[in-house]
Ligand binder design. Structure first.
Ligand code: UD1
Length: 423
């Protein structure tokens, strides 16, 4: 196993980096290729483990693909299998995204039930309930979801109890091949959901209300789609993480190849903390703060503050002059990074979903453990400013969603080495 050795930064970071394509946009779009009847080219794919996992799953289902750096050519013409096995789903919960498209195309499928994960229970009941409303018969047996339909799925009115990102994506994909019109009320509005809808829409699926919380999808009654080539949107969470790297080291850095509009809630909080922000159409520069102020933030659905940036902002709150409050509303257990930050000398108190962070305490380098994807990046951020050396272990979490994190940070002047645990 590998770990990252991070030496305290001697001088501020500086320079520019390019942001990769969004993992969470690429995953549903790769799943959507199951609805296609053609070979398509997808560009700007991030070079991260989760993408390789989904490509492998598609291959197991009978798709063919080639991957050259960030461009994949995928053909789903010969797709003929319908089982997403435990082996794959256990490594990546987002494998549940094949449920909707497989069921819509074949009328049956078997997808391993994702278990809980480090950040909480994460049920998929809303996905299943919505598919049942579309006429699916769902049974859970031996850890698998067995879904079948009599004929095509039927258009239906779905009202989601909670806003669910992958739930909305699953139902949009299922609805695209259903018989009749599906209306999704309380749909997710995340840019990644919007891109899925846009790609399907550009490929001939009639979808009204894209970008709103009410989507109306006209089904094609199992007629497969000629999916047009597309390029994945920039990763707003990767972008936010590098802005936090600039902030925590009080540096000036620029991130390129971003859509600043997708970063509004993050930029707003950085400005509240006292950092300067300059934007162009496709870049954001963060400028040092004179005094770093504490923040209050609540994680919520887009366009609110993303839960996927909560851990990084907690690291950032450690250097604020005063007490910050973070309220995690989406996932009940998404504070696993707290105990690791405490080992570095942080002063954080947890009370249910609320973390109180007393900033300004000296941080010490330590051996710390990554527990989930975003928690890992928070530990790296803390390592940049902690005295001495910080070793972040179990970085396979990090590799699931960040393309060459240490390479990009080192290009900005950090001193991070990937090491082998056994050495
Ligand atoms: C997606 C993102 C993840 C992000 C999360 C919230 C992907 C691949 N992952 O995860 O990075 O942190 O959105 O922005 O895009 N819920 C239920 N029942 C369900 C589904 C969800 O109760 O059937 C609950 C969840 O437990 C959670 C809330 O709804 O409390 C939102 O979860 P959801 O939006 O579904 O998260 P994911 O789509 O899994």
């Amino acid at each position: 196993m590998k770990y990252l050795k991070i030496n305290q930064l001697k001088k501020p970071l500086s320079g520019n980096i390019d942001i990769a394509g969004a993992k969470n946009a690429a995953l549903p779009l790769l799943a959507a290729t199951i609805l296609g009847r053609n070979e398509m080219t997808i560009s700007n794919l991030p070079d991260v483990a989760d993408i390789k996992t989904l490509l492998k799953l598609l291959e197991m289902l009978g798709a063919q693909y080639s991957l050259d750096k960030n461009i994949a050519k995928i053909s789903t013409i010969k797709l003929d299998k319908t089982t997403a096995t435990y082996d794959i789903v256990k490594t990546m919960r987002a494998s549940i995204l094949v449920l909707g498209p497989l069921l819509a195309r074949f009328g049956h499928c078997e997808v391993s039930l994702p278990g809980g994960c480090a950040i909480g229970q994460r049920p998929v009941d809303l996905h299943l309930k919505a598919l049942e409303l579309m006429g699916a018969h769902i049974e859970i047996r031996a850890g698998y979801i067995y879904a079948t339909t009599d004929g095509p799925l039927k258009g239906a009115k779905i009202v989601f109890d909670k806003v669910t990102v992958t739930g909305t994506e699953n139902i949009v994909m299922a609805a695209a091949l259903a018989d009749g019109e599906t209306t999704i009320i309380n749909a997710a509005k995340e840019p990644e959901v919007v891109q899925l809808c846009e790609v399907l829409s550009n490929s001939g699926v009639v979808i009204k209300g894209i970008g709103t919380d009410k989507l109306v999808i006209t089904g094609r009654n199992r007629e497969l789609i000629d999916i047009q080539n597309f390029s994945i949107i920039p990763d707003r969470i990767e972008a936010g993480t590098y802005l936090c790297a600039g902030a925590i080291t009080n540096s000036q850095i620029t991130i390129n190849k971003v859509i600043p509009e997708h970063l509004e809630s993050i930029l707003y909080k950085l400005k509240e903390m006292g950092f300067g922000i300059e934007k162009t159409q496709s870049s954001v520069t963060i400028l040092p703060a004179k005094k770093i102020k504490p923040i209050n933030l609540i994680t919520t659905e887009y366009p609110g503050f993303p839960t996927d940036m909560q851990a990084q902002f907690m690291a950032l709150a450690l250097i604020a002059n005063g007490t910050s409050i973070i309220d995690e509303r989406l996932f009940e257990n998404r504070f696993m990074h707290v105990s690791e930050l405490l080992r570095m000398g942080a002063d954080i108190h947890l009370n249910g979903s609320i973390a109180t962070i007393n900033g300004g305490k000296e941080l010490f380098g330590a051996d710390v453990m990554a527990t989930d994807l975003r928690a890992s990046s928070a530990l790296v951020l803390a390592g940049l400013i902690a005295s001495g050396e910080t070793n972040v272990h179990r970085i396979y979490h990090l590799d699931r969603g960040y393309e060459d994190l240490e390479g990009k940070l080192n290009a900005l002047g950090a001193d991070i080495t990937r090491c082998d645990e056994s050495l």
